[in-house]
Design a protein around this ligand. Structure first.
Ligand SMILES: [Zn+2]
Ligand SMILES: [Zn+2]
Length: 227
């Protein structure tokens, strides 16, 4: 989802329990889902554990994988903080009655190897352009350069961030250690994308209506039209 800015911090959380659970993952677990790095060249130096995920990048009724149970209790504090953050947004409160409660449509754990690079890319497709992309750093030992739009940061473990995934983003791990983030996508039902709101006022967002703007592989200029 596009927003005005590149990163926004949503909160902080206690690392102890989530880290303990992640450390129980074996090398076999980490290698069990090779499809993401094979399907997407920009992700080839990553390994992924899917907890809530569908390869079709659907926008509702996501598949919760059995592995989620293993992490559920340990992850609840930061997942709840994230949910609380979005639930109190005006757009969520305005839409709740007509469109329902917000939800996580994706939740994955991603390891980026030492010296690993995620080349610059902008996300595309209906669901990624109509959900909030959350990064939750779990293991970050040194510098991991995360560039979104014009801003570059190392996100510290124990903090919760939304990144603007409509902008070009890239990662370079120069820390000497693997970096592990939890990445989640939060949906506020009925929330419109910037382009839909600006170009099609009064309408609704849908994969058909938003097709032209969901797939442009660069940030739109919607926020430059704001006063
Ligand atoms: Zn839209
Ligand atoms: Zn836009």
């Amino acid at each position: 989802m596009n927003f005005k800015g590149f990163f926004r911090q949503l909160g902080e959380f206690d690392l102890e329990e989530p880290r303990r659970k992640i450390l129980e993952l074996t090398e076999e677990d980490w290698n069990s889902e090779a499809w993401r790095q094979k399907s997407y060249p920009v992700h080839q130096q990553t390994q992924t554990i899917s907890l809530i995920f569908d390869k079709d990048f659907r926008h509702d009724n996501p598949t919760v994988h059995p592995r989620f149970e293993h992490f559920k209790d340990a992850f609840t504090p930061f997942l709840q903080s994230t949910a609380d953050y979005f639930n109190q947004m005006p757009v969520a409160q305005e839409n709740r009655e007509a469109c329902g409660e917000g939800y996580f449509v994706r939740l994955i754990i991603v390891k980026l190897q030492d010296e690993g690079i995620v080349h610059p890319h902008g996300d595309g497709g209906f669901s990624l352009m109509h959900s909030h992309r959350i990064h939750v750093p779990m293991f970050v030992e040194g510098e991991v350069l995360f560039k979104v739009g014009a801003e570059c940061r190392t996100l510290q473990a124990g903090t919760i961030w939304e990144i603007n995934n409509k902008c070009l983003h890239a990662v370079k791990n120069v820390s000497g250690k693997p970096r592990i983030h939890v990445i989640a996508d939060w949906v506020i039902p009925g929330e419109r994308c910037c382009c839909g709101t600006r170009l099609r006022p009064g309408g609704e967002c849908s994969p058909e209506a938003c097709k032209a703007t969901d797939y442009q592989n660069q940030a739109c200029d919607c926020y430059q039209h704001q006063a």
